[in-house]
Design a protein around this ligand. Sequence first.
Ligand code: ADP
Ligand code: MG
Length: 729
Amino acid sequence: MANLRFEAVTAAFHKRPLDIVAPIERPSEFFARKVFNRQKMYKYLPSDVYEKLINVIDNHERLDRSIADAVAKGMKQWAEENGVTHYTHWFQPLTEGTAEKHDAFVEHDGKGGMVEEFSGKLLVQQEPDASSFPSGGIRNTFEARGYSAWDPTSPVFIMDDTLCIPTIFISYTGEALDYKAPLLRSLHAVNSAALDVAQLFYPDVRKVQTNLGWEQEYFLVDEDLYMARPDLMLTGRTLMGHDSAKNQQMDDHYFGAIPERVQAFMKDLEVQALELGIPCKTRHNEVAPNQFELAPIYEECNLAVDHNMVLMGLMKKVAHKHNFRVLLHEKPFKGINGSGKHNNWSLATDTGILLHAPGKTSEDNLRFVVFIVETLMAVFKYNGLLKASIMSATNSHRLGANEAPPAIISSFLGKQVSDLLAHIEKADKKDLFTLTDKKGMKLDIPEIPELFIDNTDRNRTSPFAFTGNRFEFRAVGSEANCACALIVLNATVAEALTNFKKRVDQLESKGEDRTSAILDVVREDLKQCAPIHFDGNGYSEAWVKEAKRRGLDTESSCPLTYDRYLDDESIRMFESTNVMHENELLARNEVKWETYTKRIQIEARVMGDLTMNHIIPVATHYQSQLAKNVENMFSIFDNDEAVKLTARNKKIIREIAERTQIIETGVEELVNARKVANRIECTRERAIAYHDIVETKMADIRYQIDKLELIVSDELWTLPKYRELLFIR
Ligand code: ADP
Ligand code: MG
């Protein structure tokens, strides 16, 4: 019997790294070669058009339709000079990936021929055939069509022969059908709320920008081995597979095998990413074998999100070229470290101040305290919602699995900041703040040496950690669109800052000194948000109990966490910040529950197929071999001796019989559970049934299969094993 597994292993072993020749220019020279950035705009656009477009980008002025034609013309000229023949509106539907529909730059010329055309109208707005994208019913209820609209704040770029135009995707009645539209609204909300607060301290600040630096983790698996694992191909993760024994004899061999293939992949990926304007900086191995990380330098949040989406697509393409498959799933291998995507988030002024960074004067440090505390207020008040924003069928395998942040949102601050906050909360206000005649005031806020902050113990178990001048939202999944988490973070922080400002204004209008008013409000909030602050070990059992006592959200069922989006206070918060309206939230939750169900449904089907077509036949085959051996032993030896000598094989035969029996019953139950769940009309209830019943049954079946893998002859086993998937590269 030909065994695909061994063919795949042999093929994988013989692969050599591709020879990747980096461009002769320096990275700074080929950086953004494929991006229509400011330099190119300047070169390809008439100067008045250039000025107007920059104004749109920098100051969020409304786009003047009259310049659209000129911009389109310039873009087309640049694109054609770079061999581009097609263009596409590139958008981010609620399916996590990106979507595009390519059109050629051709139109009828009215004389029976063709001309190359790209008008402003086509740049600005289009109507993709959107019926296949999830809308949660918005398009049914309102208007059948949706359209994509150009986002001028994220520059167009070239992928292969196509000009990609970043767009938002909305229904004709204005509801967002994507991630980008609400992300842009949330950025507007948080930037303007932060500006109002920043101006309390620095009247010369004109603008605040949100920054994002993501760190993308991923696995690489050899393509042949991947192809021999239908579960990886169809679900992105292994649905079965026993841990690889660390001290396997073969390991040394595997460890020694060609890591240069990965190097070549990384080099290729980085060159292409740099050409697309993604400022790649760091690459390194991650904790698990065959796990890696890539991180760029942080950028403006909307652009950074687009870049992450581009990068994830690029990774898949480049990996394929190097005969790898990239796994972005948060938990491809049970018992092995999963993949996340830390989101480093900060607010910065146009005058160069990072609002979450301590400063040199006590006034700066009061501002620092305000931004830290108001961020904590947001995270505290909406901790359940923030968790919902990072939850998915796939990421839920990673959370709380003793290697990633638990399914409880809390914030780590480190000793320096904790001490400072304690001082501000506990000190007598008179001591903190004294007016000293004409010289102004004296503020007793201890300095925070930056050096110390950089050295603070970075508690890796914290899902939302302060790291010196930013917060790091670590619970985000590797496969996710960062926007999903950031929409919530930005919106909630916007609300907290707006509330803060309102209360300070009220106190000021009653005649209280500004600094004193700020101190009053921040001290009040500090007390209120205290439960979210946790510097301890987030993996411990004790923390779960403690978090419950503190009133934090400890729900771990994915479909139930989504309920937080529809809490009255969440809806009010999203509406007051103008980030999303109730019907959008309702529609999005429909999509979330539906997506959850589909993923588990596919997993359950694949598990059923694999069990029946691979596991049971192989186990039975081996069992027959053993049975034959037992029979033979009785024909060679006398009865007493044969009984003794066959005891071990008989034990295995029995174990296989028992386990396959349990598996078969399990699969039957799994099919029935699915049937019952599928009949449930309500998407939420259906997702809950998939979570509570279908998923649990899969875990039971897997347990039995993994035990079989240990006793069945290696030679017969058809699915590449963990040690092969994880160590061959
Ligand atoms: P880590 O120790 O977590 O790996 P790094 O220094 O490698 O930290 O930074 C990780 C990411 O955080 C990078 O993308 C980096 O550009 C980004 N980053 C650094 N400072 C900021 C900031 N102030 N705001 C947002 N992102 C930041
Ligand atoms: Mg990090």
